[in-house]
Design a protein around this ligand. Sequence first.
Ligand code: HEM
Ligand SMILES: *[C@@H]1O[C@H](CO)[C@@H](O)[C@H](O)[C@H]1NC(C)=O
Ligand SMILES: *[C@@H]1O[C@H](CO)[C@@H](O)[C@H](O)[C@H]1NC(C)=O
Length: 340
Amino acid sequence: MISSIVFILVLSVHQCDSYPYLASKLQPDIFHPFQEPGPNDIRGPCPGLNAAANHGFISRSGITTLAELVQMQQDLYNVGLDLAIVLATVGVALDGDILTGKLSIGKESSAVPGLLRTPGGLNAHNKFEGDTSLTRNDYYLADGDNFRFNGTLYGMMYAEAQKNNGLYSWKAMADYPLLLYGAATFLYELFPNGTDKLPTEKVISSFFGAKQTGNGKWAATPERIPSNWYKRETPYTLVDVAVEILKLYLEHIALFGGNTGRPNSFILNPLQLTLDKQTVNGILCFLYQTILSVVPSQIETLVTTPLAILNYLTANLDPIFGPQFGCPSTSLDQIVAKKQ
Ligand code: HEM
Ligand SMILES: *[C@@H]1O[C@H](CO)[C@@H](O)[C@H](O)[C@H]1NC(C)=O
Ligand SMILES: *[C@@H]1O[C@H](CO)[C@@H](O)[C@H](O)[C@H]1NC(C)=O
């Protein structure tokens, strides 16, 4: 028994040598088997995180931590360290607990403590989760169900891919109405098999858990890493994301905003990707400003909670966005000074 485990390990290490980009992904990955979520396991709006939980790259319970998220994104998807830190930090700061670093990847849970009350988890609306998603309903248009897979929406995205040789490439995503530019790039940058880099129906439907049920309909099944799948060869960094977002945006310029409670009540966000911001640094600073703007709506009153959260965001993210991309300093003192 022991010798056969050693044998498997040796075999895997050998595979890593010949395919460096396999890194910790073993084939078959005996340490991360697929398992359907149990009745008390939490899943939410993000197919990337749901798939990670269904394979135990993060806790199968759906209650994860900052450290787990940063590690998993690199191990499983080869997300660059900078982007991995940004996504995880924003998730924990807006929807989780900054003291313990805990986060629910779906509905709120008493397993995640909060500064004042239980944080909302990733399902919470208008924190990390916004509208105009790929396969999730808008919050106000669906009685608050903004996190479950919607087969009609997947079918519409599928139709765009069909017009594009069956591929969910940037062209298909640019033609699909969305505002979730960053996540849209994940379909063709993070989900493809690292060997052929193609966002095929096979890999995309597996990660989304989309299953065709006949008469053109799609049903939800647990999100799954395709078998024999390899992660991308090079890390997907913040700069890469900025380049892709600009490409998507320029193909069909759309204004940022959101629905406010009734159909056709789209309100413009004051932050827009104006011409002067359409460079790599411009886009990244715009993203950073957008991230911070979610918190300071409450900062005028200098309530303790938003201040602590803002502090957490700037402490983690200033070192990434400041020196590297020249984004203006966002230290708490400066933000508070501007508001007064
Ligand atoms: C800590 C890391 C991450 C966090 C906190 C996170 C969180 C989220 C949230 C809250 C949404 C919903 C956004 C909305 O509907 O407005 C979302 C969507 C999405 N995420 Fe993630 N995510 C993370 C990493 C990833 C990774 C690594 C991938 C891909 C490998 C990924 C793929 C996606 C995709 C494709 C969507 C769009 C789903 C849809 O609209 O149908 N995410 N994510
Ligand atoms: C799915 O999305 C379609 C198109 O937006 C919508 O008409 C439908 O009500 C949604 N279905 C569910 C179950 O929310
Ligand atoms: C990924 O590519 C490898 C090498 O070509 C292949 O053996 C494997 O079946 C592919 N996996 C998927 C899910 O397409």
